[in-house]
Design a protein around this ligand. Structure first.
Ligand code: FHN
Length: 459
């Protein structure tokens, strides 16, 4: 059946309503974990949001990747561990955490400009240093640094002003300041002899309760690296979250047991194909979470937009990180890259917010029939030509490598119409058969980064 749509050349995105239900991935996957009704409600905003800002800010931002005149390899927020900096040395960085240029409104505005709907900042990372005035531990910003305001409070307010969901990261197990926390063997000796439960009871769990009591609402709490966490230990944290802020989502790394409301993929590691259930990929803009002066290998707006669309097309959320400096400045390259994504989102955000996984699945790529990987297996070749996201009633095809002719796999419902999001007047021909859909598009790619197409199906 041929659908000829009256329109004039130009345009960016086709919009079409379709009765197509949430599409099945190309390859059947293990079923998504069962969620109770409270979890379904908690997750509503998160499933709509799709795109969030991660912020790693702490004493490591002062070190900025350097210690004793040497550039320390790997990620900036791990400098105390990578350089085995004695605690008595590391804590001196606090005098350099001036936050003299910290502007919560500018940070929240950047998230909004990027099209991000949630923001998650480190309340306490592995170094054990609290970035807020904690009554549980004096090892905190207000007591140890020249900065006497509460950046967490200010950021929470700035987010609320913009309708951005405010979230907090907390490292519940690894703590290089505390002799009973996990990880610091260079000051405190082997982990075997320490009383981890004492650490959890005296510092970690009390601080989690403290931040959930002090800052309201916390829409999601992001736990990390559950070293030494058992079901029982994790359950205490989950119970505390549920009791203090029942609507707060628990992220994927609290520990064993199904306490979390969604799963976390590995860092910078989206799945190769559609993954069932609720999941999120945390990712960096360069190669570090905490600021490093020497890491200037920034992803471009084009790369970041592809990551975003790729992750959403597989069913996930994208939590993209910035690492501010000790003065509280987000590196210019990060700001420019995020704003570039934001320009694309302004035009095409409808194809992302609340969208679900692809209607197809073979577009992601396939194993090479000639090249082998390091283990002698067929090398997986990612195909970056296009991605697809869906909504109950709409499908979006995001074309990164524009062609005036595009062939899509078969779509079972009858195609009844098409429209471009940014310009409802682009000439598109849709020819559908039982074996596939052929699209004839404008010669020139109408949009920057990726131009998006959709197909409308009979209700
Ligand atoms: O060790 C941390 C790391 O510093 C960073 O916070 C990432 C963010 O996902 N989480 C852990 C490594 O996966």
């Amino acid at each position: 059946m041929k659908t000829i749509l009256k329109s004039i050349l130009s345009g960016i995105v086709l919009v079409i309503s379709t009765s197509l239900p949430h599409a099945e991935p190309s390859k059947p996957e293990a079923s998504a974990p069962k969620r109770d009704s409270k979890q379904e409600t908690r997750l509503e905003w998160w499933r709509e949001a799709k795109f969030g800002l991660f912020i790693h800010w702490g004493l490591y931002s002062v070190a900025a990747g350097e210690y004793n005149g040497k550039l320390i390899p790997k990620t900036g927020e791990w400098i105390m561990w990578n350089a085995k900096i004695p605690f008595k040395e590391y804590e001196k960085f606090a005098t350099g955490l001036t936050a003299s240029k910290f502007d919560a409104d500018a940070w929240a505005q950047l998230a909004q400009d990027a099209g991000m709907k949630y923001l998650c900042i480190t309340a306490k990372h592995h170094d054990g240093f609290a970035m807020y005035p904690s009554k549980i531990s004096s090892y905190n910003l207000t007591e140890r640094s020249p900065f006497k305001r509460d950046p967490i409070e200010e950021l929470s307010a700035a987010c609320a002003k913009r309708g951005i969901k405010f979230c907090l990261y907390y490292s519940q197990a690894i703590d290089w300041e505390d002799r009973n926390g996990m990880g610091n063997t260079w000051d405190f000796g082997p982990e075997a002899g320490r009383n981890f439960d004492e650490y959890l009871e005296k510092k970690s769990l009390p601080q989690v309760k403290e931040i959930l009591t002090k800052y309201k609402p916390v829409s999601m709490i992001w736990f990390d690296l559950p070293r030494g966490m058992t079901k029982e230990r994790a359950n205490k944290f989950a119970e505390a979250v549920r009791q203090i802020q029942p609507d707060c989502i628990i992220s994927g790394r609290l520990g064993p047991g199904r306490y979390n409301d969604y799963d976390s993929t590995g860092d910078n590691s989206p799945p190769k194909e559609v993954r069932q259930g609720d999941w999120e990929t945390p990712a960096t803009l360069n190669h570090t979470w905490g600021y490093k002066k020497q890491d200037n290998d920034w992803k471009t707006p084009e790369q970041l937009t592809f990551w975003l669309v790729d992750i959403v097309s597989k069913g996930g959320n994208y939590l993209l990180n910035v690492g501010p400096t000790a003065e509280g400045v987000i590196p210019r390259q990060s700001v420019d890259a995020l704003r570039g994504v934001g320009r694309w989102m302004k035009v095409n955000g409808e194809a992302i917010y609340g969208a679900k996984a692809t209607a197809f699945g073979n577009e992601f790529g396939n194993p090479s029939d000639t090249e082998k990987d390091g283990r002698g297996k067929p090398k997986y070749q990612v195909n970056r030509d296009w991605r697809c996201t869906t909504k109950p009633g709409k499908i979006y095809i995001h074309i990164f490598n524009w062609k005036a002719k595009l062939e899509l796999p078969a779509v079972k419902e009858k195609i009844t119409g098409a429209q471009l999001l940014a310009d409802k007047s682009a000439k598109v021909e849709v020819h559908q058969t039982a074996t596939g859909v052929s699209l004839t598009l404008p010669e020139k790619a109408p949009g920057e980064i990726a131009s998006v197409l959709c197909l409308e199906l009979q209700k």
